[in-house]
Design a binder for this molecule. Structure first.
Ligand code: ADP
Ligand code: ASP
Ligand code: MG
Length: 447
């Protein structure tokens, strides 16, 4: 069994869905196909949710109608036969009525998840039916029937495995099973979601649950690049990454992978292949258990970070300050991304958007606190990166950008924190210093 995941742009238009159809036809053997919502649809649902929260009835109606039109357009382009088109549109209208009913309910966390995950439900329903209509036999599975998580960091892979295997044994036999990314049930059994971009995570949870031989993540770019292609020109796809490298890059801002994508498949050593839907012959990136080469692989940037500086109140310096700080953040379930520490002061980097009033109240008893917003983490990643022969070039960044924090010593990631306004200049500077230099070295060796 293989797991193939197609992201928002891969399912975002008729042309891209036809491309997905070809990819499915060429991939022999049994597969579970995980689909996202059409690109932009989850954002539309977020806006709809905001109107629901505000109780703005005209806006709710307008936004639901926009959603319906987007999918109606898709159906009308995919299906030419009038009778089956009407059937597709009837089903669509049924789902839209369900969304309207939900939209009239009280705004709660569960309602939020029910609505925000509807993009996946709409798309998979249409695509599965379309494939069956054109003779590509497939069976639709509902993720809410098997995707159980204890928390977003802790998928219940044992339970997913039992439920999914049972479902597969009961459902009509098929070589293609289609399901929704992003959708899950929480520990209370309520509909929840795996956080934005979470369909990648769905794919690896499923792969671990069914002992898949491979996970393929199909997207709009030919693999994981050595720098962020949204901000830097001339980035290149990396042929191979170790699990550690991919995990670091996913966590530290490489948007191509949801931050939690890698860990579910590590123990079972299931490889992840990153491929471009629009250039299927490009090699892409293989992520696996092996370490093919050491040293720098890629640069990434993680946005929306805040630094909390904690200076011990003089008389209270204690041996376990660090422990106290980390325990407090942990107890409030606020992840610390980077930490740097001395005897008298510690800095931690956390997400900007978390509420930390309680944490600050507790820590104020022991430390003087200072907060700095609007930071970003710039990371360079590669196995044994501290031994990379070009490493000193990395530190030249301090000549051009003020560094607020640094974490050095962990073997496969070196991170600095800078003001967000320096993100793009820092990424560009490092690209020139680190990758242009490597290419110059290659030229010297070749000549
Ligand atoms: P999907 O909708 O298929 O899940 P995403 O938009 O989530 O796709 O991820 C793909 C995008 O990730 C690319 O279009 C690219 O702009 C962005 N990206 C950011 N960093 C990297 C990187 N290091 N390598 C490749 N893509 C990256
Ligand atoms: N549709 C969801 C989102 O846009 C999940 C995903 O695409 O992975 O965040
Ligand atoms: Mg994504």
């Amino acid at each position: 069994m293989k797991v193939l995941k197609f992201g928002g742009t891969s399912v975002g238009s008729v042309e891209s869905l036809l491309q997905v159809k070809e990819i499915l036809k060429n991939e022999l053997g049994k597969k579970i196909v995980v689909c996202s919502a059409m690109s932009g649809v989850t954002d539309q649902l977020v806006q709809l949710l905001e109107s629901i929260r505000l109780g703005d009835a005209p806006q709710i109606e307008l936004k639901i109608e926009r959603l319906r039109l987007r999918h109606q357009e898709l159906i009308c382009s995919l299906i030419t036969d009038q009778k089956s088109r009407d059937e597709f549109l009837d089903d669509l209208n049924g789902m839209i009525r369900d969304i309207s009913k939900l939209a009239s309910q009280e705004f709660t966390g569960v309602l939020y998840s029910r609505i925000i995950t509807y993009g996946e439900t709409l798309l998979t329903s249409i695509f599965s039916k379309y494939l069956n209509a054109v003779g590509i036999h497939n069976t639709l599975l509902l993720a809410k029937d098997f995707m159980f998580v204890d928390s977003i960091e802790n998928p219940n892979i044992g339970k997913v495995s039992v439920e999914l295997r049972e479902l597969l044994s009961k459902k009509e036999k098929s070589s293609i099973y289609i399901t929704q990314g992003f959708v899950c049930r929480d520990a209370q059994g309520e509909i929840s979601n795996l956080s934005r971009g979470g369909s990648d995570f769905t794919a690896t949870i499923i792969a671990a649950a069914v002992d898949a031989e491979e996970v393929q993540i199909w997207t709009d770019i030919d693999g994981l690049h050595n720098n962020d292609p949204r901000y830097v020109n001339g980035t290149k796809s990396i042929p191979h990454l170790s699990y550690n490298e991919a995990e670091e890059l996913a966590h530290f801002g490489a948007k191509i992978l949801h931050a939690n994508t890698v860990f579910p498949v590590v123990d079972k050593k299931i490889p992840i292949l990153l491929k471009s839907t629009f250039d299927p012959n490009a090699l892409g990136t293989v992520i696996s258990d092996s370490v093919k080469s050491e040293g720098l692989k890629a640069i990434s940037a993680k946005d929306n970070i805040m630094i909390v500086e904690l200076t011990s109140k003089r008389k209270l310096i204690s041996k376990n300050s660090l422990q106290k700080i980390l325990r407090t953040f942990d107890e409030h379930e606020v992840p610390v991304h980077v930490i740097s520490s001395s005897r008298t002061a510690t800095s931690v980097a956390i997400d900007n958007n978390v509420i930390i009033d309680e944490i600050l109240k507790e820590l104020e008893n022991f430390f003087s606190l200072r907060l700095e917003n609007n930071k970003c983490i710039i990371s360079i990643v590669g196995e044994h990166i501290v031994n990379d022969k070009n490493l000193s070039k990395f530190f030249e960044i301090s000549n051009v950008v003020p560094i607020k924090m640094i974490s050095f010593g962990v073997n496969n990631n070196i991170s600095i924190l800078v003001d967000s306004k320096y993100k793009v200049p820092a990424l560009e500077f490092l690209n020139k210093k680190l990758f242009a230099l490597v290419e110059a070295d290659v030229q010297t060796v070749l000549s």
